[in-house]
Write a protein that binds this ligand. Structure first.
Ligand code: P1T
Length: 379
């Protein structure tokens, strides 16, 4: 079955009691049992809920996995993965990654004795050099947030296999339409469902998808034990969002290409970070492992002056200044003070994240209007 058909049908069956074509919102905390242990597979909604089950199955199908697990937020999904580890274990991760992930790793889990090394994974030699006998997890984001670096997932998977450790890929920026890490050898794929999967800026949620039954069982144990599960209304909204994921990602990518080309040709713009440019350092890898290049773009201005960047950030009319990404409407953000403020400045600068970097989430509006908005803001 091709992707668009799966996006509309996977995981979803007509409701067995009424035939309702759309999965009902099972707004219930508990389920009546005929006798102790005699139930229909549902006991308590932290553990299982039919609306969540439908969404988990849909996400598993879209990522070509066998098991989907939904969490209250993207951070809760990553939290569950790190809880597979124990004190003394080590994680090798991307040096360019969402600030909240960096904060969870360094400010929460380092306190429990897990060690993290952050390297530029766009060169796999850096990953290999950071591995130690204690490395139990390689955690990658690709494309990375916010510098849009591309990491070779197949190459990472080969390193993880040699090491005998897990490979997890945060696939938030690509979405399962553009890239399927499990097909490239990853053990776990993670999403901030908040972004492209939900797609309408009205839900915060996270998800994991895996192939391996034993790994799924350990994660389901953590999902239920730690309890950061989403409610049925949010699951319903994401089920609705998924039905147009393929169409939205096609348009995000088309609009992304137009906006990236406009920025690259603008006399006031310095660097443009977008993996679709043949000049991007990892364009060949992006072409190989992604279907298209998406709608996330970062850029800096010539002269590198903070007041110029701040003027652009507060001058757009269609692009709204806000955290998050992946919704139908275009957003722009300032990573240094917003999404990546929890990373110490010297670390940000060392990893190439300038104080003046501007990040765009290009939405689904008409591309000409988006370009005109940036044109007037840059003017
Ligand atoms: O916000 P939450 O659903 O908990 O997801 C966290 C998360 C994880 N991974 C990546 C790659 C992300 O981008 C995020 C959240 N990011 C933003 C809010 C942002 O504006 O970048």
């Amino acid at each position: 079955m091709q992707f668009g058909t799966k996006a509309i049908h996977a995981g979803v069956e007509p409701d067995p009691t009424t035939g309702a074509i759309m999965t009902p919102i099972y707004q219930t905390s508990t389920y009546v049992q005929a006798a102790p242990g005699d139930h229909k597979g549902y006991e308590y909604s932290r553990t299982h809920n039919p609306t969540r089950t439908a969404l988990q199955n849909a996400l598993a199908a879209l990522e070509n996995g066998r098991h989907g697990l939904c969490f209250a937020t993207g951070m809760a999904a990553i939290d569950a993965v790190v809880k597979l580890l124990k004190p003394g274990d080590e994680v090798v991760s991307t040096n360019d990654l969402y600030g909240g992930t960096y904060r969870l790793f360094t400010k929460v889990f380092e306190g429990f004795g897990v060690k993290f090394r952050f390297v530029d994974m766009s060169d796999l030699a850096n990953v290999e050099a950071a591995l130690s006998p204690n490395t139990k997890l390689i955690w990658a984001e690709t494309p990375t947030n916010p510098l849009l670096r591309i990491i070779d997932i197949e190459g990472l998977a080969a390193l993880a296999r040699k090491q005998g450790c897990l490979l997890g890929v945060d696939n938030t920026f690509a979405s399962p339409y553009l890239q399927n890490p499990l097909d490239l050898g990853a053990d776990l794929v993670m999403h901030s469902v908040t972004k492209y999967l939900g797609g309408h800026s009205d839900v915060v949620m996270g998800a994991l998808v895996v192939k391996d039954d034993a790994l799924a069982e350990r994660l389901a144990f953590l999902q239920n034990s730690c309890g950061a599960t989403p409610g049925p209304m949010d699951c319903f909204l994401v089920l609705r969002g998924l039905k147009t994921l393929h169409l939205r990602m096609q348009r995000h990518s088309e609009n992304g290409a137009v906006v990236a080309a406009f920025l690259a040709a603008h006399p006031k713009v310095d660097k443009v970070y977008w993996p679709g440019f043949p000049s991007h350092a990892n364009h060949a890898v992006a072409k190989r492992q992604m279907k298209d290049f998406g709608g996330m773009i970062s850029f800096t201005l010539k002269g590198d002056r903070m007041d110029d960047a701040l003027r652009v950030l507060s001058s757009t009319k269609l692009f709204s200044l806000a955290e998050s990404l992946g919704g139908v409407e275009s957003l722009l953000g300032h990573p240094a003070s917003m999404t990546h403020a929890s990373i110490p400045r010297e670390d940000r600068l060392r990893n190439g994240l300038a104080d003046t970097l501007i990040r765009l989430s290009v939405g689904l509006e008409d591309a000409g209007d988006l370009v005109a908005d940036l044109q007037q803001a840059l003017g």
